[in-house]
Ligand binder design. Sequence first.
Ligand SMILES: NCc1[nH]cc(CCC(=O)O)c1CC(=O)O
Length: 328
Amino acid sequence: MSPAHPASVPQHRRSLPLRVGTRGSPLALWQTRDFLDRVTRFCPVLRDAKAFEEHAIATSGDRIQDRKLAEIGGKGLFAKEIHEALLDGRVDFAVHSLKDLETEMPPGIVLACTLKREDARDCLLPGPGLPPCDPVEPFAALPKGAVIGTSSVRRQSQLLHMRPDLQVVMFRGNVQTRMRKLAEGEAAATLLALAGLRRLGLEPAGSVAIDPEVMVPAAGQGIVGVTVRADDTELHELLAAIEDPEARAVSSAERALLAALDGSCRTPIGGHARMLPDGRLRLTGLVARADGSFLLRRTEEGPAADAVRLGAEMGRALRRDGPADLFA
Ligand SMILES: NCc1[nH]cc(CCC(=O)O)c1CC(=O)O
């Protein structure tokens, strides 16, 4: 695609470097560099090594390691301090894993751009004591009663629904920390987003991607989103130009679903959309009880232009058909 209006990003209109906010984890830094690569490919005037400055920002989600995210307030925790830096003018834009970004941006901040999706699937990683996973029956190799490490209520509920005999223990920390815990035998296996593993070059032998119909991924999983101040039209335009329209469409449906359901951040919620060859969207939504005793899944199709309506309607339908206490 040729640049829409490369002339709209002149170096002389604002002072360089542009400061980009990010979490400090290896995955967040990888995603930030990948994003900056895309920007400079689009806008060669920014190819100068000093055009950008990375600001790694520690978030509450990074600091609090001993409790489930759902208990300490959920999503916004990985973004709060980064939003503050953006609003204070300490950074000019910020790079997020979309699945960690709340569905409603704080006043003054907009999600200006969604980048091409990496694989959205969850991945099952067997620990050193287990044989490689079977791609067709990924969970078959887990012995009865095996301990699985995850802190995601979404992964936990779907796993326990299929295999009520399994036990779940909390696994938090960044991708490397969780893989170390697995190597040290804290659990027989763990579940991680394939996108993070791929980006870090850590896809281990014996691990297997799980079909999104078997384990519905989180809304936005595998997509990177970039935020800017709402009044920064110059950066807003630059970022709109490198947006991936398919990532925008699928994530709009998934995030509208999540927004319509977000009664409690402790509720396990899955949302996954894909673009069909005819350009329509196919959206799967899921709500469940954390212990796996209840699980409700729906799939609908609709025009990509109606992504938000498709997601919002499915969210309302899941809320209507699920037990009332799930959304209390
Ligand atoms: N909540 C942590 C988090 N946020 C984004 C990713 C992976 C990358 C992505 O989904 O885009 C991960 C790790 C994981 O869930 O395994």
